[in-house]
Design a protein around this ligand. Structure first.
Ligand code: FES
Length: 177
């Protein structure tokens, strides 16, 4: 090999080494940048879609009162539920009027008046009816609307287990037509 050829070969080798160093640097920098960008962006995407991925706790029942305390006379019981609405979590207090019917079945009515949403009470006028003080709507013990309100009171889903009454979601009244 002539001296000229040797110089040429050496030059080519050096040239190839410089190219691969440049490539190595650009791959390394590119990789590091992509890694850092991914680390910053992925949590944001996760945060944005989290409420969509989270299962809603719909349909869960809450322990409200001992079964032995329920009589044929409606009584008001208060209880707390845990609500998750997107990113907002809350523990509102609800109430229900719970009683037994003639066959001993336990049922629970929502206290929300079906006229304009005021709160009803049992027997405030000594007539064995639910009464709403806002516009004087009246309902039977089963929640049937007698005056002013256009619909019967809503019911809670009820489950009786191990001596306790559990209440679930509110549903339309199934006791009256
Ligand atoms: S809101 Fe109950 S009667 Fe009007």
């Amino acid at each position: 090999m002539s001296k000229h050829d040797q110089r040429e070969q050496t030059h080519n080798t050096v040239k190839r080494k410089e190219m691969s160093r440049r490539q190595f640097l650009s791959y390394t920098l590119g990789g590091a940048t992509a890694f850092m960008a991914g680390g910053a962006v992925l949590p944001m995407i996760r945060f944005a879609v989290d409420p969509i991925l989270t299962k809603k706790s719909e349909g869960t029942y809450v322990k409200v009162v001992e079964e032995s305390k329920i009589t044929t006379e409606p009584q008001e019981f208060k209880f707390q539920i845990h609500q998750v609405d997107g990113w907002y979590e809350s523990d509102p207090q609800l109430s229900a009027w719970i009683s037994k019917d003639e066959s001993g079945e336990i049922f629970a009515l929502s206290p929300v008046c079906k006229h304009l949403g005021c709160t009803i009470s049992w027997n405030t006028q000594n007539n064995n009816q639910y009464f709403c003080p806002c516009h004087e709507a009246r309902y039977t013990k089963d929640g049937k609307n007698l005056a002013v309100a256009p619909n019967p009171l809503d019911e809670y889903e009820v489950d009786v287990k191990d001596g306790f009454v559990y209440l679930g979601p509110v549903k339309g009244n199934t006791r009256v037509e």
